[in-house]
Write a protein that binds this ligand. Structure first.
Ligand code: MLT
Length: 246
């Protein structure tokens, strides 16, 4: 099984993902928020690329059936029900509703990978579950880091390294792409204390400045939300619900 890594999601093209399993990573914080919302009973999370799309999406919906969440540069969007802090997406707040989510990098990265055979959303909080499903699916894998405004972000790169470690297991290839080498060697070097480098990264500092420092620790925890968000017909749902419906 070949595994490729895009360290920044902005450069991914449909041909890069077609026929493959894609794992989109946005550690801080979209991946974690999506896993939290689905774990707390959201029917689905609909990622959108911009505000116009979000507006169009909700225009025909019963207001009781959805919640609109999102941020720009970490700051909640005025008029939306929630920002992008996983702590906002509690069972009480979400209930049995659909979440429409617009984030600076993560939601657009998911939408851009729609041509893949299967798109999964992963972070530290659900790494084992997502990697196990990707291994079982047996296709070549593309790991897409959302990054930050077309730049590489440290936390997503470390998490990409973790996914490489989990997907490869003992079968580490002798030759890997440069981006996979960067992610994997960085993860292997830092794996005994991941919180340290994550707390130092640019976006963690930005979030801390905005009063969301607690989110960083939540997003850095391993396997606290063992579920697989999968993108089907424009919606992210829990994998087992998809299987049951099929
Ligand atoms: C993003 O999409 O860049 C993030 O999830 C930003 C955040 O809310 O921390």
């Amino acid at each position: 099984m070949r595994v490729e890594v895009f360290l920044s999601g902005g450069s991914v093209l449909p041909d890069d993902v077609r026929g493959r399993t894609v794992i989109v990573i946005d550690v801080l914080r979209a991946s974690t928020t999506i896993a939290t919302a689905l774990s707390n009973g959201a029917r689905a999370v609909i990622p959108v690329g911009d505000m116009a799309e979000a507006g169009k999406m909700v225009a025909n919906l019963d207001p009781a059936s959805y919640r609109l969440g999102g941020e720009r540069d970490g700051v909640p969007i005025e008029g939306y029900h929630f920002g992008n802090s996983p702590r906002e997406y509690s069972r009480d707040a979400i209930g049995d509703r659909t979440v429409i989510l617009l984030t600076t990098n993560g939601s657009g990265a998911i939408v851009r990978c729609a041509e893949a055979a299967e798109v999964l959303v992963g972070g530290f909080v659900n790494a084992e579950a997502v990697a196990a499903h990707a291994r079982k699916a047996g296709r070549d894998v593309v790991i897409v880091c959302a990054g930050w405004r077309n730049r590489i972000s440290l936390e997503d790169t470390l998490c990409a390294g973790l996914f490489l470690d989990l997907v490869w297991g003992e079968a580490v290839p002798g030759i890997m792409t440069d981006s996979a080498y960067i992610a994997w060697t960085m993860y292997r070097a830092e794996r005994h204390d991941l919180l340290g480098p994550i707390q130092r990264c640019n976006h963690a500092k930005r979030l801390e400045g905005l009063g969301y420092g607690e989110d960083v620790a939540i997003c850095a925890r391993r396997d606290t939300l063992p579920l697989v968000p999968v993108y089907r017909e424009g919606r992210l749902v829990r994998l087992q619900e998809t299987a049951a419906a099929a």
